[in-house]
Design a binder for this molecule. Structure first.
Ligand code: SAM
Ligand code: DTB
Ligand code: SF4
Length: 329
C-alpha cells in the first residue's frame, strides 16, 4: 500500500533511528515488495551535451560555468540506436536518453519522437530526460512509446534556491504533473552531497513521498564534483548519510525502484552492498553516465557475482519481439 501523507516528523524519526534498525526495516520492506537479489539495469546516453542555459551548481553541462566539457550538438538517431542495441546486448532493460536543454523546443520534437519509437521497437524500456515539458509534449512522448520521464526534484524546497536559480521548485513539480497526467511513468529523485543539511535530505524525501503518486523510479545521485563548477570543493558526504537516504526512501516508497545513480565510481563494493541491503534495486551500467565516468560493466559483473545479484530481465514487448523476429527471418 502507498502512503502519501507522511509527515516530516515521521520521516525524521525514520531517518534518524539507529542505523542497523533502519537498514533492517528497509530490507524487510524491500523483500515484501520485490524479488530479493534482483537489480534493474539501465543505460544512459547523452543525446545533446553541454551549453545548457540552466545554472545547476553541480552540473558539468551548465553554460554558466567553465567545466572544460566538450559540447556536442544533437547526435544522429542511428547512433542512438546502435548504442541502444549494445546496451540491450550487455543486459540493460531500460535505455535513458538525456539532453542538456532547459526544455525541448518544438523543432526538437520530431527528433526525440522518432528516437523513442525506434528504441522501443528494439524491446527496451525507454526513458528520457530533456528538462521541463509542457502537457502536449508529455502526451506526444507517451504516444510515441516513451515509458519513463526523468525529472528530479534534486533537493529540499528550502535548499533548492541555493543550487538552481533559473527555474523554480514549482516548475519542476509542474513538469512532473504533466508527465503523470500523460500516463508516463515518473522517474524523480535527487542529489546528495551538495553541502545540504540532513534536514534537507529529509525534506527531499518528504517531497517525493508526498507526491500524489510515488515516482515509479527514484534515482539517488551522489555529487560527482566537477572542476569549474561552484560545488567543485564541497566536502564529501559521509557514506552512512547516503545509505540512510536510500533506506528511508525504500521505507517511504515501498514499491518504487530506488536507483544508485551518479557517484558509484567513488564508492567501494562494500558501500554499494550496503546500499543494496538498504533497498536499492537499480543501477546505471556502462563506462559513462552523461558526461562523467561510471563503474564499467566488468566491475559491475564482478560485483554482482560477488554478491549473488542478478539483472532483472527486460519486460517482454510483444510488438518489439515481432519486429525483431521479422528482422532475422
Ligand atoms: N537536463 C535535464 C534535467 O536537468 O532535468 C536532464 C539531465 S540532468 C544531468 C539529470 C540529473 O543528473 C540532475 O537532476 C542531477 O540530479 C544529476 N546530476 C547532474 N550532474 C551531476 C553531478 N555532477 N553529480 C551527481 N549528479 C548529477
Ligand atoms: C539521474 O538522476 N541521474 C542520471 C540521470 N538521472 C539522467 C544522470 C547522472 C549524471 C551525472 C553527471 C554526468 O555524467 O554528467
Ligand atoms: Fe542543464 Fe540538466 Fe545540467 Fe541543470 S542538470 S545544467 S538542466 S543539463
Amino acid at each position: 500500500m502507498q502512503r502519501n501523507d507522511w509527515t516530516r516528523a515521521e520521516i525524521t524519526a525514520l531517518y534518524r533511528q539507529p542505523f542497523m534498525d533502519l537498514v533492517f526495516e528497509a530490507q524487510r520492506i524491500h523483500r515484501q515488495n520485490f524479488e530479493q537479489n534482483r537489480i534493474q539495469i539501465s543505460t544512459l546516453l547523452s543525446i545533446k551535451t553541454g551549453k545548457c542555459p540552466e545554472d545547476c551548481k553541480y552540473c558539468s553541462q551548465s553554460a554558466h560555468y567553465d567545466s572544460k566539457l566538450e559540447s556536442e550538438k544533437r547526435i544522429a538517431v542511428e547512433k542512438v540506436i546502435k548504442e541502444a542495441i549494445e546496451a540491450k546486448a550487455s543486459g540493460s532493460s531500460r535505455f535513458c536518453m538525456g539532453a542538456a536543454w532547459r526544455n525541448p523546443h518544438e523543432r526538437d520534437m520530431p527528433y526525440v519522437l522518432q528516437m523513442v519509437q525506434e528504441v522501443k521497437a528494439l524491446g527496451l524500456e525507454t526513458c528520457m530526460t530533456l528538462g521541463m515539458l509542457n502537457a502536449s509534449q508529455a502526451e506526444r512522448l507517451k504516444d510515441a512509446g516513451l515509458d519513463y520521464y526523468n525529472h528530479n526534484l534534486d533537493t529540499s524546497r528550502e535548499y533548492y534556491q541555493h543550487i538552481i536559480s533559473t527555474r523554480t521548485f514549482d516548475d519542476r513539480l509542474d513538469t512532473l504533473d504533466h508527465v503523470r497526467h500523460a500516463g508516463l511513468k515518473v522517474c524523480s529523485g535527487g542529489i546528495v552531497g551538495l553541502g545540504e543539511s540532513q534536514n534537507d535530505r529529509i525534506g527531499l524525501l518528504y517531497e517525493l513521498a508526498t507526491l500524489p503518486i510515488h515516482p515509479e523510479s527514484v534515482p539517488i545521485n551522489m555529487l560527482v564534483p566537477i572542476t569549474g563548477t561552484p560545488l567543485e570543493n564541497v566536502e564529501k558526504l559521509d557514506v552512512i548519510e547516503w545509505i540512510r537516504t536510500i533506506a528511508t526512501a525504500r521505507i517511504l516508497m515501498p514499491q518504487s525502484y530506488i536507483r544508485l545513480s551518479a557517484g558509484r565510481e567513488s564508492l567501494s563494493d562494500a558501500d554499494q552492498a550496503l546500499a543494496f541491503m538498504a533497498g536499492a534495486n537499480s543501477i546505471f551500467s556502462g563506462e559513462k553516465l552523461l558526461t562523467t565516468p561510471n563503474a564499467g560493466q566488468g566491475k559491475d559483473q564482478a560485483l554482482f557475482h560477488k554478491l549473488g545479484l542478478k539483472a532483472e530481465q527486460p519486460k517482454v514487448n510483444v510488438r518489439a519481439t515481432a519486429i525483431n523476429a521479422m528482422a532475422v527471418s
